[in-house]
Design a protein around this ligand. Structure first.
Ligand SMILES: [Zn+2]
Length: 207
């Protein structure tokens, strides 16, 4: 790793007016002024903003957010250009990138260009067969610039289950608008929320 790598913050800001996935808790922040200091009480869901889905999100006996080895969340990654994909990232789109075992794969779709200030029902998601494909390739981590890896309202839950059941962690709501496709070092440190199904994270790319 280059010592003086550029740091690209791909996390979205957390605040009370931020977008949350429909049905997820809204963010509540109460800041109080003490005698000499300020402090805040914060209430948010485990899948708020830029966050990691832990395997426990789909199977309770699987690993929680604090049990994921950080070696999985830190290391080389590849950002794939999926900006021309219309509705879903499919096997045919992934195949040409020759994904190898142990890779960390992020997909930049047209979601990043629209931004994260509003919720759009028609966000680009990961197709179920594509999740099966990535699980078979044996990647370490999958990241997407959508609030959910799965299509809204779809009964096909494989984008979550096929990856998480294999211990492949998912990072969602990554803002890749300033990121060119290519190779970077991924640094995603989820809050050490003990035994939880997911955790907000500060995620940066070095490169
Ligand atoms: Zn999630």
């Amino acid at each position: 790793m280059k010592l003086q790598a550029r740091i690209i913050d791909i996390s979205v800001p957390i605040h009370t007016k931020m977008v949350t996935y429909p049905g997820d808790p809204k963010v509540v922040i109460r800041t109080k002024r003490g005698k000499r200091t300020y402090g805040s009480e914060i209430k948010f869901g485990s899948h708020t903003g830029t966050h990691m889905d832990a395997p426990r999100h789909v199977v309770w006996r699987h690993k929680g957010a604090d049990e994921i080895p950080l070696s999985q969340c830190v290391g080389p990654c590849r950002v794939l250009d999926m900006t021309r994909v219309k509705d879903a990232v499919r096997v045919e789109h992934l195949r040409r990138h020759r994904i190898q075992r142990g890779e960390r794969i992020l997909v930049r779709t047209r979601n990043s260009a629209r931004g994260f200030k509003k919720f759009y029902n028609d966000y680009v998601y990961l197709d179920g067969d594509a999740a099966v494909y990535l699980a078979k390739r044996g990647i370490k981590l999958f990241g997407i610039d959508a609030l959910s890896v799965k299509q809204k309202g779809s009964s096909d839950v494989r984008p979550h289950t096929k990856l998480l059941e294999k211990g492949i962690v998912i990072f969602e709501t990554l803002d890749l608008s300033r990121v060119k496709p290519g190779r970077y070092t991924f640094v995603g440190l989820p809050l050490k929320l003990q035994g939880l199904d997911g955790a907000p994270a500060r995620v940066v790319l070095l490169g």
